[in-house]
Write a protein that binds this ligand. Structure first.
Ligand SMILES: *Cc1c(COP(=O)(O)O)cnc(C)c1O
Length: 376
């Protein structure tokens, strides 16, 4: 079976973890600090805070920005539900925004159309590692006085017009889930250039406690959203490989796009001028006539794991029930939810594995096409 993703873990992570375990210091400590400094340096921001996940990072971002009951937050509709769930958890209302068919990212025209007087923030997503249209989004934000939290879960090292994804809005959130470019098992990071937000993040990440001479003083009712030194050790070993991972992924993406050019009914991902795609996933669109789920099944039979691109939140039961959305109401997002296909894609992928993926795709498309024609 060719897997969708294979994390790049070897002796280096094992050695780093063993060192931390030997110190006996297992919670947030010196390794977390080192990991944070390294990420801050890489993306070029003043503050970075390691978190237990990107989801807790996004949640804490809303908390420190003071977003809660009665507020509305504009969220890209095409994303993993965590992006909007945190808004719901804060008692605020997610206002789902449609995306563009070519980039899978927030459509600035639709964003503008959905702004209400209750809106306080925008959460754009850099879908699969491609930067959202940040100039347009920041322009809408400044005109309506909205803060911007970038869901950069998939976009570590992705760039937009010379700037690093995650550092363009007020706060950026990264994920280190095993499906992302580097992993700590579970884990995430908040980045910001704002000193007062940084202070609040540091305080609330760890129970709202401030260390005094002998014991803590609890200034706020905070969370435990910390990453451990054991995980940070994995993260540091992963960061050492990041240049290679990115270079290899971009090389593979170029190769994959070239191979797909000869396969009809499949549209490969784009990389617009000025964007540097980090290719967390390699996601294609299938023509409307093709039943994507049948293609997934046919690929599986040929020993290749694939999945949908990601979710249209408005078409999920919770968002329908809670806010009255109906499937297809945000047409581009819905179409991508139904017709997108994530192909296996990881830096260790060999030429033979890519051949197998391409071969399986050609076979599966032919099979599904003949199936759909039969009833006529
Ligand atoms: C993976 C992902 C998340 C959640 O990240 P976790 O670290 O698993 O909490 C959020 N948003 C997007 C767009 C993601 O891809």
């Amino acid at each position: 079976m060719i897997r969708l993703y294979v994390p790049f873990i070897d002796d280096r992570e094992v050695a780093e973890v063993a060192k931390v375990l030997a110190t006996g210091y297992l919670t947030q400590g010196p390794k977390v600090a080192e990991f944070e400094q390294e990420v801050a340096r890489l993306v070029g921001c003043r503050y970075a805070f390691a978190m237990s996940s990107c989801t807790t990072a996004l949640h804490l971002a809303l908390v420190v920005l003071g977003i809660g009951r009665g507020d509305e937050v504009l969220v890209s509709d095409l994303t993993f539900p965590a992006t909007a769930n945190v808004v719901v958890q804060q008692g605020a209302r997610p206002v789902l925004v449609d995306v563009r068919l070519d980039t899978y990212n927030m459509d600035v025209g639709d964003l503008e159309a959905r702004v209400t007087p209750r809106c306080r923030a925008i959460i754009p997503v850099h879908a699969f590692g491609l930067a959202a249209d940040m100039d347009g989004i920041m322009e809408v934000a400044s005109r309506h006085r909205l803060v911007v939290i970038e869901d950069a879960a998939c976009a570590l090292m992705a760039r937009y017009r010379g700037r690093m994804c995650g550092t363009i809005g007020d706060i950026g959130c990264f994920s280190f889930h095993p499906r992302k470019s580097i992993t700590t098992g579970e884990g995430g990071m908040i980045v910001t250039n704002d000193e007062s937000l940084a202070q609040r993040i540091a305080l609330l990440r760890s129970h709202g406690g401030v260390r005094g001479e002998f014991y803590f003083r609890f200034e706020e009712a905070g969370f435990n959203y910390r990453l451990s030194d054991v995980q940070a050790a994995v993260g540091l070993a992963q960061l050492a490989k990041l240049d290679w991972i990115m270079a290899r992924k971009r090389e593979l993406a170029a190769r994959m796009t070239e191979r797909l050019a000869s396969i009809p009914a499949v549209t490969p991902p784009v990389e617009p001028e000025g964007c540097f795609h980090s290719y967390q996933s390699y996601v294609v669109m299938l023509d409307d006539g093709l039943d994507r789920d049948r293609v997934i099944a046919a690929m599986r039979q040929r020993g290749v794991e694939t999945t949908l691109g990601t979710y249209a939140l408005h078409a999920q039961p919770f968002f329908q029930r809670a806010y009255g959305y109906t499937p297809g109401e945000l047409p581009n997002s819905y179409r991508i939810f139904r017709q997108s296909l994530t192909l296996p894609f990881y830096p260790q992928m060999t030429e033979e594995e890519m051949d197998q993926v391409i071969g399986a795709l050609q076979g599966s498309l032919a099979e599904v096409r003949s199936e759909t024609r039969r009833p006529e």
